[in-house]
Design a protein around this ligand. Structure first.
Ligand SMILES: Cc1cc2nc3c(=O)[nH]c(=O)nc-3n(C[C@H](O)[C@H](O)[C@H](O)COP(=O)(O)O)c2cc1C
Length: 177
């Protein structure tokens, strides 16, 4: 499968490296798209080395004249997975905002499966805005891999930790079988 893996600016980004690695080993072609914030947590070099594919971060980095990168990525993908997904990304996805590469790919990718894996502080997760945004995505057919209760990087314990990578992998496999 041709999988676009969106990586956004969460402390859980390091777990997406394992996900990219596992998917690549399973034979999927993984194309990582990172937000600017995501690239502050893990370098594109890590994902490029793990997936053996170029990592896209910049909407305006149009290095191949025959491609409009965000449209090509969306058109060529069989599955779009955003892991980890920030509250910010979820809000933008819910409201059709396309102000960077990942959200532009997201908007251009229609009628195909999408998996979103939220990861954030408990208050951010429980905030009515985030809950309403998640509801919008669910109602549009997006599969949400629920975050789990855990000790969070901010020092508190509560719901918001990225689901286990095995749970995310199982969810992805349900679309690839
Ligand atoms: C140390 C640190 C950890 C963060 N972790 C998260 C997180 O787990 N989830 C989240 O929604 N935002 C988190 N943020 C805030 C996001 O990085 C911020 O909202 C950013 O604008 C997200 O941009 P993006 O959605 O384009 O990646 C964190 C910020 C910092 C500085």
């Amino acid at each position: 499968m041709n999988i676009v893996l969106g990586v956004t600016g969460s402390i859980a980004c390091y777990k997406a490296c394992d996900l990219a690695n596992s998917l690549t080993k399973k034979g999927h072609s993984v194309h990582v798209v990172m937000t600017e914030a995501g690239a502050k947590f893990v370098t594109p070099l890590t994902f490029m080395t793990l997936t053996k594919n170029k990592v896209a971060t910049d909407l305006f980095d149009e290095s191949e004249p025959e491609r409009v990168e965000h449209i090509s990525l969306a058109t060529e993908a069989d599955l779009l997975v955003v892991c980890p997904a920030t509250a910010n990304f979820i809000a933008k996805a819910a409201h059709g905002i396309a102000d960077d590469l990942l959200t532009s790919v997201y908007l251009a990718y229609i009628n195909k499966p999408v998996i979103v894996c939220p990861a954030m502080n408990t208050n951010m997760y429980e905030n009515q805005a985030t809950q309403e945004n998640l509801r919008i995505l669910k109602d549009r057919g997006v599969t949400i891999v629920e975050p789990k209760v855990d000790h969070l990087a901010c020092g508190t314990t509560g719901k918001g930790a990225l689901a286990d990578i095995d749970t995310v992998l199982n969810c992805i496999e349900s679309f690839t079988a």
